[in-house]
Each structure stands twice: as C-alpha cells, then as structure tokens.
Write a new protein. Structure first.
Length: 186
C-alpha cells in the first residue's frame, strides 16, 4: 500500500504544479498582451479607413438611396374618407333595417341615401385610380398583403354601393305603393 500511495501523491503533486504553471502562464500572457497593446497604440498614429461605398449624411448607401427615391414616388391614398363613408353606410343600414317604417316616413333620409351613394361612387373612382397606379408602380406585382387589402376595400366599397342602391329602390317602391294606394282610395 505504501508504494501505490507514494505514486498517487507524486502524481497529484505533479498535477497541482502543472495546473499552477498553466494558470500563471495564461495570466502573464493576458497581462503582457494588454501592456504591449497600450505601448504600441501610444506610438502608432491611427489612420481612418474610408469605406468602399460612398455614404451620405444619413449613412445610406447608393443602393439604399436609389430605393428611397423610388419610394418617394410611390402612389399614396388617404383612407380616412373611405373609412368615413363605410362607417356612414353602416349607420344608415342600421337605421334602415332597425325601423323601416320610421325611416321611410322621413324624406330627408332619401336625400341622405342619394348623397351618400354619390359620394361612394366618387370615392370608388379615386380608389380605382389608386389601384391602377399601384399596379404600375410595382415592377412585378404588389406585395400579397397590400394586394389583398386593396381587393378587400374595393369589394366592400362595391358592396356598400349595391346595398345603398337596393335601399333607394326599396324606398322608391314603397313610395310608389303608397301613391297607388292613395289613388285607389280617392
């Protein structure tokens, strides 16, 4: 047992010494590296390297500037009026179907329906021109989300126009029926 014990102790002592030397060498190399870098940087003049691509004040490359110029020519559309008209149609439909008899008795409602229909048709023309410009703007086709949203808004716009036309026809039909009934009773 004595010989194996001595061998283990000798081996352990060697490992401890080797580990200590490895840590000492690593720390000294680390410190020398920083010390050496500090001495070198004091003597060396630092030169500025120019980038390969020319950049402007904002830090954009030529390719980014070209894309930004293209974006500045992109067609725009103010959706506020369209959304306002869609909301107005929704309110009119709600009143119309909530109490039809009360709605028909007020002739201002017919004028309001016709005015809203005219506004929607004008907005449809503006929106159609915007869609056409958007198709011309994109070299291939518009991004799928944008294309789908444009189709959706156009479809909703057409549906609102159709619904208003039906409401006006129903309003006029009711007035004609009342006139016939009045003439028969007289």
């Amino acid at each position: 047992m004595g010989k194996t014990w001595d061998k283990r102790m000798k081996k352990t002592n060697q490992n401890i010494i080797l580990n200590f030397l490895a840590v000492l060498v690593t720390i000294s190399a680390f410190l020398l590296c920083f010390y050496y870098d500090d001495e070198k940087t004091d003597d060396i003049k630092i030169e500025q390297i120019e980038p390969a691509e020319v950049k402007n004040e904002l830090g954009l490359t030529k390719k980014q500037l070209k894309y930004a110029k293209k974006l500045s020519h992109a067609p725009t559309y103010d959706y506020q009026n369209l959304l306002y008209l869609m909301n107005k149609c929704r309110k009119i439909e709600k009143k119309f179907y909530a109490n039809f008899r009360l709605f028909i008795q007020n002739h201002k409602n017919l004028k309001n329906l016709k005015k809203t229909l005219k506004e929607l048709k004008e907005e449809k023309g503006f929106f159609k021109k915007y869609i056409k410009r958007t198709k011309q703007y994109y070299s291939r086709s518009a991004p799928s989300r944008k294309r789908d949203s444009l189709r959706y808004y156009f479809r909703v716009l057409e549906d609102n126009i159709d619904e208003l036309k039906k409401m006006i026809e129903r309003f006029n039909l009711h007035v004609k029926i009342q006139i016939k009934n009045h003439n028969k009773n007289s």
